[in-house]
Design a protein around this ligand. Structure first.
Ligand code: XMP
Length: 317
């Protein structure tokens, strides 16, 4: 049986042994993995740690404010790096999912290296968990997708890695977060992929599409949270919206429209390695669809993804 208390003691020891007298950088994304890794590191090597939050412009709506407020509340001092245009620029014209993931991973690392140089840092502490490296392939395994923090890392990276959560699955990370005393909004938060909304926009990413997905994700989260608070559904493991690159024909008032399609996705899972689509009641899906098409003028069609993993994956790319 997994014992979070024991794990915390061992992880703190491991971090101290790996980092020694050097300095380390770690990045908080707002997700549970990076927050837990940063909290362990802050306990293990206070005074040797530089914690950053990179706003890559691919975060959920209001995320930067939420993350900084939560971090402040638990005494984690975040250095915010605003890099929205840098990420968007580097993704211009790129449509291949693996290429997108690798570019996002590389831009992250270049930013960490720049931050690290200023603070004479040698190590990068990451919240990589088991499914991240299993799905990224190698050791005879196929690459399902290059997780930004594993297969997306550039080969010539200056920093050495320290990954205290490497052997854990999501539910174990949540248990560690709870044991560390992190607030429920962090340790029970639904997973969010490191490459952010970049993998929820199928094909080329641009500012307009990011805004559409931000709005659509917020509507899905709102409606599912409300339905779950009203006892209508069990909260899914993950629930969000994604954007397809193709437009379809519709009608607004009595005029023809030609607009984007949003995919609503909600899944049940234990560790993200496999998943089943959630059976969201039709009235909740109906409200989500009406709100998305009413509140986001660029969207003319909403579909619900009823694919399990396998054969699908949870995210679109
Ligand atoms: P997939 O799409 O592979 O996702 O079925 C499994 C779980 O992992 C999350 N995910 C990621 N998390 N970096 C991460 O930290 C990534 O590159 C990444 N890609 C997917 C996804 O949201 C789901 O919870």
């Amino acid at each position: 049986m997994f014992e979070p208390k024991k794990f915390i003691e061992q992880a703190i020891g491991e971090i101290r042994k790996t980092i020694g007298k050097e300095k380390a950088i770690t990045a908080v994304s707002g997700g549970v993995d990076s927050f837990v890794a940063a909290t362990l590191a802050a306990k293990a090597i206070p005074g040797q740690l530089h914690i950053v939050y990179v706003n890559n412009g691919l975060m959920r709506k209001g995320e930067t404010e939420k993350v900084t407020e939560t971090a402040n509340a638990v005494g984690v001092n975040l250095n915010v790096v605003n890099a929205q245009s840098r990420f968007l620029e580097s993704l211009k014209g790129i449509t291949d999912p693996e290429e997108k993931r690798k570019i996002i991973g590389e831009v992250f690392v270049r930013i960490f290296e720049e931050e690290a140089r200023g603070h004479k840092v040698k190590f990068l502490i990451q919240g990589t968990i088991a499914p991240d490296w299993i799905e990224s392939g190698g050791m005879g395994r196929d690459t399902i997708k290059s997780h930004h923090n594993v297969g997306g890392l550039p080969e010539d990276m200056d920093l050495s890695l320290c990954e205290p959560l490497r052997e854990l699955y999501k539910h174990e990370v949540r248990a560690v977060g709870k044991e560390l005393g992190l607030p429920e909004i962090i340790h029970q938060r639904q997973p969010f992929p490191g490459p952010g909304l970049g993998v929820r926009i199928v094909g080329e990413v641009n500012e307009e599409k990011v805004k559409i997905v931000q709005e659509a994700c917020e509507i899905v989260e709102n409606e599912v949270d409300n339905a779950s608070a009203a006892g209508k559904i069990e909260k899914p493991w993950q629930y969000f919206a994604a954007l397809l690159p193709s437009k379809t024909v519709g009608v607004r008032g009595d005029e023809r429209s030609y607009q984007y399609t949003v995919v609503v996705r909600a899944v049940r899972s234990l560790d993200g390695m496999t998943a089943n689509f959630s059976h969201i009641p039709a009235d909740v899906l109906g409200r989500i669809s009406t709100r998305i098409t009413n509140e986001i003028p660029a969207v003319g069609r909403v579909v619900y993804d009823i694919t399990n993993k396998p054969p699908g994956t949870i995210e679109m790319e």
